[in-house]
Design a binder for this molecule. Structure first.
Ligand SMILES: *[C@@H]1O[C@H](CO)[C@@H](O)[C@H](O)[C@H]1NC(C)=O
Ligand SMILES: *[C@@H]1O[C@H](CO)[C@@H](O)[C@H](O)[C@H]1NC(C)=O
Ligand SMILES: *[C@@H]1O[C@H](CO)[C@@H](O)[C@H](O)[C@H]1NC(C)=O
Length: 321
């Protein structure tokens, strides 16, 4: 198969499947208003009347494979966005499709699921929400959905998009998915080479931990290197994950230059439009997972060994919490 044929196969496949069913009834959008209420938002409702004011900010959050509104990071993220961003937050729940043991069944539904998301973005636009007030967050499969939906909504229309470890499997040949078109600024945070993509094609690509491939904090599912990404992102609302030198000598053809002092990963960084390319931020074993000097990870013998071992035990206990 030629490369061109491979390239078109991906979207051809998803568009064929798109005609097989209307996915709108099986996907739920829950809107969280700035007053702390929430409601299920249909395609017919007037969002302003229901408490999501179209003159204010809006954020759209998209989960990944196997996830739903019950997933831990989701509630933490909604809380963080309410506190640090404000406005309305719309959570897309496609768990009727994402809770499928076969990941590739979900990949086959990429087209119809993304169509529903595009329809929601169009609804926001029709109701007067301003592009400059639009933010999207997607994790894993949800990151790929966000890229496609953002591009379809309009090249570089959405103001900002933060994508956590965009899914790799099933998207290797999806050259049509161009993150730099999906929003004016797209920040990608990479934590895993097994489940996350190896593509580095966003405005900023954060290679977290060991080159964005693995994390010291990784444990058993769902806290693998991939599952840690939303945890890092939530942590970054209150803890700083600064850009550092490329200390693990990660391969990169586009190391970011002229990075401002204390430039950091996550929603809170306000100078994103000044930086393009790959960024590096080592992570640690325990919450808050950032690269500030971690206390107590030192098991050398010596006069203070006992104290250090105690601190290490405390540290490990803290990790388990
Ligand atoms: C799952 O699908 C059913 C039937 O279409 C629907 O009633 C339900 O609201 C859906 N659940 C979610 C979380 O969207
Ligand atoms: C929506 O927000 C605008 C600007 O903040 C304000 O003037 C207007 O009264 C608000 N509308 C509603 C229905 O709350
Ligand atoms: C939604 O309701 C508001 C307030 O009643 C109204 O001003 C606005 O035109 C409505 N929007 C749409 C798209 O119908």
């Amino acid at each position: 198969m030629t490369l061109v044929a491979q390239k078109s196969l991906f979207l051809l496949l998803v568009s064929i499947i798109a005609v097989f069913g209307d996915f709108e009834d099986s996907i739920t959008f829950t809107a969280f208003t700035k007053d702390g209420d929430n409601f299920v938002s249909t395609f017919d409702d007037n969002l302003t009347e229901r408490g999501c004011n179209s003159s204010e900010k809006v954020a759209v959050v998209v989960h990944g494979w196997g996830e739903s509104m019950e997933t831990n990071w989701v509630n933490d993220l909604i809380k963080n966005l309410r506190e640090y961003r404000g406005g309305c937050i719309i959570f897309m729940d496609y768990s009727n499709h994402s809770i499928d043991r076969d990941y590739f069944n979900l990949v086959r539904k990429f087209g119809p699921i993304s169509s529903v998301l595009i329809r929601k973005l169009d609804q926001l636009n029709n109701q007067g929400f301003d592009d400059k007030n639009m933010f999207m967050y997607g994790f894993s499969f949800g990151a790929q959905l966000s890229i496609y939906a953002g591009m379809s909504f309009g090249k570089n229309r959405i103001a900002e998009m933060d994508l956590c470890d965009p899914a790799g499997p099933g998207f290797v040949l999806a050259f049509e998915l161009r993150p730099t078109f999906a929003a004016k600024n797209v920040q990608c945070i990479h934590t895993s080479s097994a489940k996350g993509t190896m593509k580095r094609n966003c405005h900023q690509d954060w290679l977290m931990g060991k080159c964005g491939r693995s994390q010291d904090a990784a444990g058993i599912f769902p806290r693998g290197s991939h599952g840690l990404c939303p945890k890092f992102y939530n942590s970054a609302f209150t803890n700083n994950f600064y850009a550092t030198e490329n200390m693990y000598r990660c391969p990169s053809r586009r190391v970011a230059v002229n990075v401002p002092k204390n430039f950091k990963m996550g929603y809170m960084e306000t100078r994103k439009n000044k930086v393009f390319g790959d960024l590096f931020s080592p992570t640690s074993e325990c919450y808050p997972y950032n690269n500030l000097p971690a206390a107590g990870i030192d098991n050398r013998p010596g006069p203070f060994a006992r104290m250090r071992r105690q601190r290490l035990t405390q540290e490990l206990r803290r990790c388990e919490a």
